[in-house]
Design a protein around this ligand. Sequence first.
Ligand code: AHG
Ligand code: MN
Ligand code: MN
Length: 336
Amino acid sequence: MPHKISLTRYLVEQQRMDGHIPSELRLLLEVVARACKTISQAVNKGALGGVLGTAGSENVQGEVQKKLDIIANEVLIEANEWGGHLAAMASEEMDGIYLVPNRYPQGEYLLLFDPLDGSSNIDVNVSIGTIFSVLKKPDDDRGVEAADFLQAGNRQVAAGYCVYGPQTTLVLTVGDGVAMFTLDREQGSFVLTQENVQVPPDTQEFAINMSNMRHWAPPVKRYVDECLAGKTGPRGKDFNMRWVASMVADVHRILTRGGVFLYPWDAREPTKPGKLRLMYEANPMGWLIEQAGGAASNGQMRILDIQPTQLHERVSVMLGSKNEVQRLVSYHAEEE
Ligand code: AHG
Ligand code: MN
Ligand code: MN
């Protein structure tokens, strides 16, 4: 049997051979992976663990919190606060930033996460996940503040997600391509199952919530109409559609077999750029997709080049197979 490479070994080798990751970052990623294992266990228990249902509270974005949103948030904080590798954390489920308490040493990294992505799928036993992004704290002696998190996605030093589906899979980039690790429950460790993940440049599969069609902007409507027109339409081929309503699961499918994912601006809430959050959803997913040879845009510009102005900022998202994203960008340019 070929030798199994654990996440630990993969990270040690990244540190040793390629100099991609300093030891503090390696520790951070190990701790995030450990937290994901804990969340995976809670997810698996479901009703038996009393983790389903709503918590009876709302987050800063006015969304009803599920019990698992809060559990996953706590697991990530507790796992990460004491190790000395972090200065602060930010989460979808927390209004402001979370400073590492004074009783622990402060590190030089900032961790952002969507602790539980796909909350509407928790109770119906469909794939959900955790998304994370790692930035470096600006190089100075003062304490950390929320503004330190407002760095463009191109400054990320690590990003990834863990999908809790039929398998629990951790997907990671430290800027050297994308690697996937499947959780071996008997061993209790993540095992490398795919390296150098590539998103094919073309696809015949798109992902968008079609129920919002009447609210879309003309370039998005045009793109989807052309896909729906199939073989006899302008694209000259039939398209398939998938929408899991968990970004982790949709992105995981795209990293596995290609496709394009859209959560664009729509006229339901015209003043918001979109539904998804830039700093802990679009940026980490955008970087993973780019590292796998795909593209990620808001229709006008590369998502990773957007300068954030708020922690919980929203963004229009179009990512996946490169040629499809380029087509969407060109439709937006023509419209303007
Ligand atoms: P979250 O559960 O973290 O709030 O994220 C849900 C997001 C994303 O995962 C998914 O793609 C999208 O919301 C689904 O939205 P719709 O229910 O509008 O389709
Ligand atoms: Mn989410
Ligand atoms: Mn979430």
